[in-house]
Design a protein around this ligand. Structure first.
Ligand SMILES: *Cc1c(COP(=O)(O)O)cnc(C)c1O
Length: 399
C-alpha cells in the first residue's frame, strides 16, 4: 500500500488531549488522591489545585474565580444555565425565552423541556449565512422575556455570532444573556465583560483538554440553581466530589490554548483556507455559512447528488476522520437541523461534510484531504441515481 496516512479532521466533535494537559493530570490520577473537601494535607493540596485551576479558567475569559462553576462538560453547563435562568424568570412572572434555530441540542432539548413546562420559546432565524440579525432579536424581545441564549460559535458550520451586540442589547433591556461558547473558548478571543455575557458554557475536550469536564460562567448576582444536589461543592451549585484531575487538565489546556491562540488561529485558518479553495473547485459544491465571521478551523460543505454518510465512510477508508453533521445526529435519518436552518433543501443537506481542523494538523494532512475528497465525491456520484438524474437534466442542479 502506498503512503497510508491517518488524518484526524473532526476537532469540532472532540480534540486530542495536549501534552501539557496530560502531564498536569497524571499525578492526580495516581499518587495525588485527596478529596478537596478533606481537611488533611492530601485534601488541602487538591483544594489548592482546584482553586488555582478556577483562577486560570476565570482569567482566560475575563471573569473572576468565584464566577466559575465546574461541570461535567458543555451539555451540563447549557442545561444548568438555561433551566436556572428560566426558573428565576418564572418566579417573577417572566416565561419567554429567545434562542436560535441552530443551537446545539443541549440547548434546544432543554428549551423543549421548558416549553412543556409552559415557557414560550422564540427561535431566531439564522439566515443563509448562519448569523442572527440584531433587528430580529430586537423585535423578538418582550416585557416578559427572561433569557436570550445564542451560541457564540456554531459546532457544525463554525459561524461566529455578534455576541457583544447581543449582550449589550440584553443588558440594556434587563434580560439575561447565555451563550454556548463551547466551540469558541480556546480558539477565538472570548471576554465575558467586553461581550456583556451573563452565563457562558465551556467544555475542556473542545480545546485539547480531557473529556467529561467543563465549566459554567455565571456573572456575580445572576441567580443559579443546582441541577445536582447533595453536597456543598462548587458553592452548593453542583454537588459531587470534584473531577480534580479533569479540572486540572482543563486549566492546563486552556492556559496553553489562550497563550498560543493568535499563532494557532493564523496557522489553522491558513490550512482551512487552502482546503476550502481546493474543495470548492469540485463542481456543484457549496461552502455553508459566512466565511468572514467564522472559526479558524471549521469547514462545512455540501456536494450535490451524494449522501454525507457515504462520503464520511469512504473518507474513513482513506484514513480521514470527518463528520457529516453533528456527532449527536449522525445515525439518524433526519438531515442536520443546522443546515436546514440555513435554508438548505433536505437533499442538499444530506450531502454535507464537516472537516474541522486544529493546530495539530499538518500541511501534508491537508494535501491528503485535498487529494481524497474529490476522488471520493466522484466515486459516489458515479454510483448515485440522483446524480444521474441531475446530469441528464431530469432534475435541476441547485448549486
Ligand atoms: C460539544 C458541544 C457541546 C457539548 O459539550 P460536552 O462537553 O460534550 O457535553 C455543547 N455545545 C456545543 C456548541 C458543542 O460543540
Amino acid at each position: 500500500m502506498i503512503d497510508f496516512m491517518r488524518v484526524y479532521a473532526d476537532n469540532a466533535a472532540t480534540t486530542p488531549i495536549s501534552r501539557a494537559a496530560l502531564e498536569a493530570m497524571l499525578p492526580w490520577l495516581s499518587e495525588k488522591c485527596g478529596n478537596p473537601s478533606s481537611l488533611h494535607g492530601f485534601g488541602q493540596e487538591a483544594a489548592r489545585e482546584l482553586s488555582a485551576s478556577r483562577g486560570t479558567v476565570a482569567e482566560a475569559i475575563g471573569a473572576r474565580p468565584q464566577e466559575i462553576y465546574f461541570t461535567s462538560g458543555g451539555s451540563e453547563a447549557d442545561n444548568q444555565a438555561i433551566l436556572s435562568a428560566a426558573h428565576a424568570g418564572a418566579r417573577g412572572g417572566k416565561k419567554h425565552i429567545i434562542s436560535s434555530a441552530f443551537e446545539h441540542h443541549a440547548v434546544l432539548h432543554t428549551l423543549d423541556a421548558l416549553s412543556a413546562e409552559g415557557f414560550e420559546v422564540t427561535l431566531l432565524d439564522v439566515h443563509s449565512d448562519g448569523l442572527v440579525r440584531m433587528d430580529e432579536l430586537r423585535a423578538a424581545l418582550r416585557g416578559d422575556t427572561v433569557l436570550v441564549s445564542v451560541m457564540l460559535a456554531n459546532n457544525e458550520i463554525g459561524t461566529v455570532q455578534p455576541v457583544s451586540e447581543i449582550g449589550s442589547l440584553c443588558r440594556g433591556r434587563g434580560v439575561l444573556f447565555h451563550t454556548d461558547a463551547v466551540q469558541a473558548v480556546g480558539h477565538i478571543p472570548v471576554n465575558v465583560e467586553e461581550m456583556n455575557i451573563d452565563l457562558m458554557s465551556m467544555s475542556a475536550h473542545k480545546f485539547h483538554g480531557p473529556k467529561g469536564v467543563g465549566a459554567l460562567y455565571v456573572r456575580s448576582g445572576v441567580p443559579l440553581e443546582p441541577l445536582i444536589r447533595g453536597g456543598a461543592q462548587e458553592r452548593g451549585k453542583r454537588a459531587g466530589t470534584e473531577n480534580v484531575a479533569g479540572i486540572i487538565g482543563m486549566a492546563a489546556a486552556l492556559r496553553e490554548a489562550a497563550s498560543d491562540m493568535g499563532k494557532n488561529a493564523v496557522y489553522v485558518s491558513a490550512l482551512r483556507g487552502r482546503l476550502a479553495g481546493a474543495l470548492s473547485k469540485i463542481p456543484h459544491s457549496k461552502i455553508n455559512g459566512s466565511q468572514s465571521r467564522c472559526l479558524p478551523g471549521t469547514l462545512n460543505m455540501c456536494f450535490e447528488g451524494i449522501e454525507g454518510e457515504s462520503l464520511l465512510l469512504l473518507l474513513n477508508e482513506y484514513g480521514i476522520a470527518s463528520s457529516s453533521g453533528s456527532a449527536c445526529t449522525s445515525g439518524s435519518l433526519e438531515p442536520s437541523h443546522v443546515l436546514l436552518a440555513l435554508g438548505l433543501s433536505h437533499e442538499l443537506a444530506h450531502g454535507s461534510l464537516r472537516l474541522s481542523l486544529s493546530s495539530y494538523n499538518t500541511p501534508e494532512e491537508i494535501d491528503h484531504i485535498i487529494s481524497c475528497v474529490p476522488k471520493a465525491v466522484s466515486r459516489l456520484r458515479d454510483m448515485s441515481p440522483v446524480w444521474e438524474e441531475l446530469e441528464n437534466g431530469k432534475r435541476k442542479h441547485c448549486v
